[in-house]
Write a protein that binds this ligand. Structure first.
Ligand SMILES: Cc1cc2nc3c(=O)[nH]c(=O)nc-3n(C[C@H](O)[C@H](O)[C@H](O)COP(=O)(O)OP(=O)(O)OC[C@H]3O[C@@H](n4cnc5c(N)ncnc54)[C@H](O)[C@@H]3O)c2cc1C
Length: 179
């Protein structure tokens, strides 16, 4: 994480990469750095993931901070959603209407990891030492030792409206595909 007194040019050098790895025992003697870069993470997503014959997926459709390790996973879910629909359309089983629900289903779902990774970043990236010590004493460490004292789990992500019918609880109702 870039601290207020650091600039990108200073950070984006091989020497800095080795300095950051050194506390973990990684040195040129036991490690090869294939690539290093400074990047800015964002939490953002498109309103519409379909523009006619163009379908956007992965980081082109949504980006999130890396803290929950869900960026690529979300892109894979986009591909899964799209591939099933494209198969139906390209096999002539239906017209291209299901492709419209790609946006609503996936964007509703991806808001969950975007929110979770943003919230995690707000906990992990605390710069103030006193607040970080409080976090460690009363937050993460205690929650790790005693999960019952940690924050409540967030609700599970659900698909947004689309070709599957939802039950009253908002979850996909089993056995009620409407296609
Ligand atoms: C530090 C870090 C850690 C991460 N850790 C995780 C993790 O643990 N788990 C996880 O799920 N995700 C993780 N991610 C996120 C994950 O890397 C991305 O979400 C994923 O790589 C996005 O895949 P993509 O195919 O959508 O886009 P990209 O991987 O960006 O691929 C796009 C490709 O398109 C090419 N391209 C761009 N413009 C053009 C053009 N005009 N013509 C032709 N080609 C073009 C690019 O060169 C690139 O190869 C992490 C990301 C970072 C930065």
């Amino acid at each position: 994480m870039r601290l207020p007194h650091e600039n990108v040019d200073q950070l984006n050098t091989l020497d800095t990469a080795w300095n950051l790895l050194e506390p973990w025992g990684r040195t040129p003697a036991n490690t090869t750095i294939e690539r290093h870069t400074v990047y800015t993470f964002r939490a953002r997503w498109l309103d519409s993931w379909r523009h006619g014959r163009v379908l956007l997926a992965g980081d082109a459709a949504h980006q999130m901070p890396p803290f929950a390790a869900q960026g690529m996973c979300s892109g894979l879910l986009d591909a899964l959603n799209l591939s099933g629909k494209l198969d139906l359309v390209l096999c002539g089983i239906c017209d291209d209407a299901p492709l419209d629900s790609y946006t609503t289903e996936r964007s509703g779902h991806v808001l969950h990891p975007i929110g979770m990774s943003t919230a995690l970043g707000q906990v992990i990236c605390i710069l103030d030492e006193q607040r970080a010590a409080q976090r460690d004493a009363h937050g993460c460490s205690r929650a790790t030792r005693r999960p019952s004292q940690g924050p409540s789990p967030t609700p599970p992500p659900v698909l947004g409206d689309g070709i599957l019918r939802n039950g009253p609880d908002g979850l996909t109702a089993p056995g009620h595909e409407t296609l």
